[in-house]
Ligand binder design. Structure first.
Ligand SMILES: NC(=O)c1ccc[n+]([C@@H]2O[C@H](COP(=O)([O-])OP(=O)(O)OC[C@H]3O[C@@H](n4cnc5c(N)ncnc54)[C@H](O)[C@@H]3O)[C@@H](O)[C@H]2O)c1
Length: 349
């Protein structure tokens, strides 16, 4: 088993192994005085894993119950968060009790948010089951949901008490979501870890999935420990995201996944940065090769001018400037702040 501890206000462990779900109670029991535990999962993941976790908790004499919501980003809404809060009230959870999120990033983000506001904050545990949630969203304490105006517009910072990553759950993850998660893995290597980036390609070394996940999570751990609330280094994790979000918005989140949009965003910005002499020549080519290996898109037909207009609305841009995350080279990212009026010329339009 691979293990690390995040040095948060209340430190928490991240445990990574294949088939550790069966022992989940061994890890949960020492952490809590809870009598009641509400396990929350989406309609795809609940029958596969969450039900078994409820049975295991009941065997250990917890009063455990399962709440299921309909799967999908379109359900990452305040209404769904409300339904979770309603289930917590009906089950009678107290401040000493516990909530467990079992599922992908949509589940983890919303359950974490509901736990952060229920009784002004109760403990929750992340059991991420998608690659994206295992390498990224379950760590770092960002929780929330979407509004009709845009993604992740409401939320809170609320750290989990434990993150339990069972890589065997990826056996049932549909391949398009696996590739989507690989977009975040490629991003992590690109910004911080050249060795990880290189090992992802077919000619690369043979790192196990557990070690790849460990490397990504360890990088995220370091970044969030240094900058919990994203005022500095955490911004690097947004590499490819400013354009990626614009692409998702342009297509109204249909026909393109988050990982694909971020992949195209990483490639577009790196090509532009190379042309501006801000990134080592040949870096974009390396990103493009990896994206292709994992069946991720390398271009979209959305007009660049329209994407840049959408970028200006990004919640990470201030009134006059936009922070672009660029690479010096693979494994070495930095923030480059440019005036908004220079955005078009940066991209050569
Ligand atoms: N909090 C953060 O720091 C952070 C970071 C990145 C992304 N996110 C958020 O994460 C979300 C995307 O996460 P996601 O891609 O995991 O989406 P998701 O939770 O919708 O999961 C993707 C799909 O896979 C299914 N699924 C998950 N695990 C499965 C398994 N083991 N077997 C079978 N099916 C499974 C889900 O039911 C869903 O249909 C977005 O809402 C994004 O905003 C949050």
């Amino acid at each position: 088993m691979l293990k690390m501890t995040v040095a948060a206000s209340t430190p928490y462990d991240i445990l990574i192994d294949r088939d550790i779900l069966g022992q989940c109670c061994d890890f949960i029991k020492p952490l809590t005085k809870a009598k009641k535990i509400l396990v929350i999962s989406d309609s795809n993941v609940a029958p596969l894993y969450a039900k078994k976790i409820v049975f295991a908790l009941e065997k250990e004499n917890f009063n455990a119950s399962l709440f299921t919501f309909p799967a999908g980003e379109e359900n990452k809404t305040l209404q769904t968060v409300y339904s979770m809060l309603d289930a917590m009230c009906r089950f009678g959870l107290t401040r000493e009790d516990l909530v467990i999120a079992v599922g992908g990033g949509v589940t983890g983000d919303m359950v974490g948010f509901a736990a952060s506001i229920y009784l002004r904050g109760i403990d929750f545990i992340q059991i991420p089951t998608s690659l994206l949630s295992q390498v990224d969203s379950s760590v770092g304490g960002k929780t929330g949901c979407d509004l009709p105006f845009g993604k992740n517009l409401v939320g809170a910072f609320h750290n989990p008490r434990l993150v339990l990553i069972d890589t065997a759950t990826l056996d049932t993850l549909p391949s398009e979501f696996f590739c989507d998660g690989m977009g975040e893995v490629i991003k992590t290597g690109a910004i911080k870890d050249e060795k990880l980036f290189n090992c992802l390609s077919a000619e690369g070394s043979d790192l196990s999935l557990e070690k790849i996940i460990y490397s990504c999570v360890n990088i995220k751990r370091q970044v969030v420990e240094n900058d919990f609330k994203e005022s500095g280094e955490r911004r690097l994790l947004n590499f490819g995201h400013t354009l990626g979000h614009a692409i998702e918005l342009y297509y109204d989140f249909k026909g393109i996944t988050h990982g694909e949009a971020v992949g195209v965003g990483m490639l577009m910005i790196t090509k532009a940065a190379e042309q501006n002499g801000l990134t080592k020549a040949g870096t974009a080519e390396k990103i493009q090769c990896l994206l292709k290996e994992f069946n991720l898109k390398t271009q979209v037909d959305a007009p660049l001018t329209e994407l840049l207009t959408l970028c200006r609305r990004d919640k990470k841009s201030t009134a006059e400037f936009i922070n672009l995350v660029l690479l010096n080279e693979i494994g070495n990212a930095y923030v480059h702040k440019i005036p908004l009026e220079e955005l078009e010329s940066f991209f050569g339009v």
